[in-house]
Design a protein around this ligand. Structure first.
Ligand code: NDP
Length: 494
């Protein structure tokens, strides 16, 4: 059997756990309801997933609160907590092929990516935050000699995490790592089309020694389970990644319930700016292409706009064209595949609707651009030139393999165009001039800026956006602040 057939067979043989995970055990939804979970790549029914609703969220939050209040995790010796997190990371590594397969069949992404990126990075995030547990110090404030003023971090309590389908395991790990390192309990509501990796992560967490109830997973619909979680009176913070409209609802639910904290990571329309002193246009073109076509453009920070200063476009486009012709698109289980289909028919239809706009306002299709229908979720990598900066194609998050090109007459205009959307998640600038790069980078309104590269991401640096891209930051030591509250304690020494 070829590698492709082996992976395909392993995917078909999988028997994933698909119940709700509450209090360390897999249970059915209180209502007994399930929903069908189909594989996007071949349409086969993977399993029926328990469809949690308000009652299940109530059970999960009660379990998480009981665990939190008991101190079984929130007050555990840091050294022991760290050992559990590290053991869990090790188990995630040992199960990486199964986790990668679960992620691949749920999302349709290439198995090569799930194996090399999603599974190991998720384990690394848990390991990294585990390592912080016995290295995070509190503070003594410079109070007068007759007093002691301590500033300590306290866990918030029970965290609710609502996560999307584009990088389910990694994004979940970005919430789990700092939340658990700070001593909180957590309830995760995965996206309905990608619940399986979170359930496996929870099972492995308990196997590693995480006390029952500290980490619960309630699959279900956003409008039911997600809303119930975000409105719950015993949830101290909701950590959300997803679309802008749902992000707004999260704020509304918080305001209408207990004014819980809300952190939002809402995607973007990241510009990739090529200034005309960039000499290695071949390298730029390849990085620019990966920045948009990786995971078929279903990436919050996808570099979905290129802004090209006058003078270099012809050569840049020639390299982009060459790249696109050799880009391996197709079967997700072929280990050589670089880009596979989209996550769902719904997402494909959303992308199709944007492809319909090509040519309506002078746009020029350079590559791809064909819509697909039925069960065919593979939209070819698409490059569109002559896109008007204020058009929908240039302003809205498409979340598909669609790159739009906008001309800039000079550096000032390139900057204005780069900052000319409501978003501000990420941006890149290509130039050979270090001073120019620094000045330009400072002026970009984006949570992450790359110079002469894209997508260098790691748990060591914060990730999040400006403007409509949301608030708060995942990853890095800064995320620990997002899952804890500062407490000041004054002691009178007289
Ligand atoms: P959503 O924002 O609707 O989904 C993200 C998560 O929110 C899912 O778990 C979803 O559950 C949940 N959810 C949906 N509605 C509610 C609600 N009323 N209350 C509580 N939770 C809710 O995104 P979509 O999946 O619909 O994708 C739409 C667009 O969003 C994409 O085309 C893309 O532009 C953007 N997006 C951005 C992401 C990012 O990384 N920033 C990730 C995913 C999407 P369920 O799926 O079960 O309904």
């Amino acid at each position: 059997m070829s590698d492709t057939q082996t992976w395909q067979k392993r995917a078909l043989d999988l028997k994933p756990q698909s119940q709700i995970f509450i209090d360390g055990k897999f249970v059915d939804a209180a209502s007994g309801r399930t929903f069908e979970n189909f594989s996007p790549s071949d349409g086969h029914l993977i399993c029926n997933v328990a469809s949690g609703d308000t009652e299940d969220i109530n059970r999960a939050v009660a379990s998480a609160k009981k665990a939190y209040d008991s101190g079984v995790w929130s007050e555990m010796n840091p050294r022991d907590k760290k050992a559990i997190m590290l053991r869990w990371a090790q188990l995630l590594n040992e199960h990486r092929e199964e986790l990668a397969l679960l992620e691949a069949i749920d999302t349709g992404r290439p198995i090569a990516d799930a194996l090399s990126v999603d599974a190991p990075n998720s384990a690394r995030v848990i390991q990294w935050y585990g390592e912080t547990i016995d290295k995070t110090y509190d503070e003594i404030a410079p109070a007068p000699r007759n007093a002691l003023a301590m500033v300590t971090r306290e866990p918030l309590g029970v965290i609710g995490a609502v996560v999307p389908w584009n990088y389910p395991m990694m994004i979940t790990s970005w919430k789990l790592g700092p939340a658990l390192a700070m001593g909180n309990s957590i309830v995760v509501k995965p996206a309905e089309n990608s619940s399986l990796s979170a359930l496996k992560m929870a099972e492995l967490a308990v196997a590693a020694g995480l006390p029952a109830g500290v980490f619960n997973v309630v699959p279900g619909l956003g409008s039911e389970a997600g809303q119930a979680l975000a409105r719950h009176m015993n949830i101290a913070k909701i950590a959300f990644t997803g679309s802008g409209p749902t992000g707004r609802k999260m704020m509304q639910y918080a305001a209408e319930s207990n004014m819980k904290q809300v952190s939002l990571e809402l995607g973007g329309k990241s510009p990739q700016v090529v200034l005309n002193d960039c000499t290695d246009l071949e390298a730029a073109a390849s990085t620019i292409a990966w920045a948009i076509y990786y995971n078929a453009g279903q990436t919050c920070n996808a570099g979905s706009r290129i802004i090209v200063e006058k003078g270099v476009k012809e050569e840049l486009f020639a390299h982009l064209h060459k790249f696109l012709e050799s880009f391996v698109v197709g079967n997700q289980f072929d280990p050589t595949t670089q880009m596979a289909g989209l996550v769902s028919e719904l997402q494909r239809d959303r992308v199709n609707a944007y492809l319909d706009l090509i040519g309506q306002d002078g746009e020029k299709l350079i590559f791809g651009g064909q819509k697909t229908s039925g069960k065919d979720l593979l939209i070819k990598p698409t490059l569109i030139d002559n896109v008007k900066p204020d058009s929908r194609l240039a302003q809205e998050e498409i979340f598909g393999p669609v790159l739009v090109a906008i001309d800039a007459k000079d550096e000032a205009e390139a900057l204005q165009l780069a900052n000319g959307t409501e978003y501000g998640l990420a941006a890149s600038v290509w130039t050979n001039n270090v001073a120019r790069a620094h000045k330009f980078a400072r002026k970009l309104r984006a949570g992450t800026v790359w110079v002469n590269t894209f997508d260098m991401l790691d748990v060591i640096t914060p990730f999040g956006g400006f403007g409509a891209s949301g608030n708060g930051r995942d990853k890095s030591l800064h995320a620990l602040d997002a899952y804890s509250a500062l407490k000041t304690t004054w002691v009178d020494l007289n």
